[in-house]
Design a protein around this ligand. Structure first.
Ligand code: FMN
Length: 235
């Protein structure tokens, strides 16, 4: 009897150790799989837990009617961003956010805003992310990420955002492993968290933050050389 109790205590200790070792939580929503693939790439490169945000109602095609089904959801939020009723319902979330120091949000762009269901999650839980290190990854067809990053700041007013967010569009999605690796280099330098990085692809050569190889270091700005972030300031 004693031995059984001891074994159970040992197992729960090991489970606890396992859960505290991941200090990073990746939170993603994905309708057509791009953000799911981005999340998979992050998990291949670092230790992180994952939370998927899911709409309460299943089987709806948000791209239907020339993307107007999704547009209705975005317009409702734009009209009344402070009202809970404006946000479409998501499935209940049971992840304990308190134990994570770093949150990486991976979200699609919809009609130049953050996808509606990720907005719902952050409207409900953004206050619980106060003081945490926040990284934002935006996936879009071609529209730039800035309005989505602004949504994140509105919904997590007291987050400690990394200076660089990451935009992955349809033309560089296939290069996501390298782009994410470069971005992790940038945020790890800013972070107080020592992440255990698994096999991060570190390419020899000079790259911009979009993962494009450059013939030489740029005159000014941020670039990655042999996996190390560098900044050149114009004279
Ligand atoms: C309702 C809706 C609206 C969208 N609006 C835009 C847009 O305004 N600009 C853009 O570049 N892509 C837009 N997209 C494309 C998605 O941002 C892009 O395909 C993204 O990679 C999807 O991520 P996911 O596959 O994880 O869902 C939209 C997609 C949907 C479903």
């Amino acid at each position: 009897m004693m031995r059984k109790g001891l074994i159970i205590a040992l197992i729960s200790l090991l489970v606890d150790l396992g859960t505290v070792s991941a200090q990073t939580l990746v939170i993603y929503y994905s309708f057509t799989n791009h953000c799911r693939e981005i999340t998979t790439s992050i998990r291949q490169q670092m230790t992180a837990d994952v939370l998927e945000i899911e709409p309460a109602e299943e089987g709806i095609d948000y791209a239907a009617d020339n993307y107007n089904v999704g547009k209705e959801l975005i317009l409702a939020i734009r009209e009344n961003p402070d009202k809970a009723e404006s946000y479409p319902e998501i499935k209940p979330v049971s992840t304990k956010l308190a134990k994570y120091k770093r949150i990486i949000i991976v979200t699609p762009l919809w009609w130049n805003n953050m996808a509606a269901f990720m907005q719902t999650f952050l409207f409900n839980y953004g206050a619980q992310l106060a003081g945490k290190e926040i990284g934002i990854i935006v996936s879009s067809h071609s529209s730039v990420m800035d309005p989505v990053v602004a949504d994140a700041h509105r919904l997590i007013p007291d987050g400690r955002f990394y200076s660089e967010s990451l935009w992955i569009n349809n033309s560089n999605h296939a290069r996501r492993d390298m782009i994410i690796s470069n971005w992790l280099t940038v945020i790890n330098r800013e972070s107080g968290i020592r992440t255990y990085n698994k096999q991060r692809p570190t390419a020899k050569g000079i790259y911009n933050l979009n993962g494009q190889q450059l013939p030489q270091a740029p005159d000014h700005g941020i670039y990655i050389e042999n996996g190390v972030k560098k900044v050149r300031i114009k004279n």
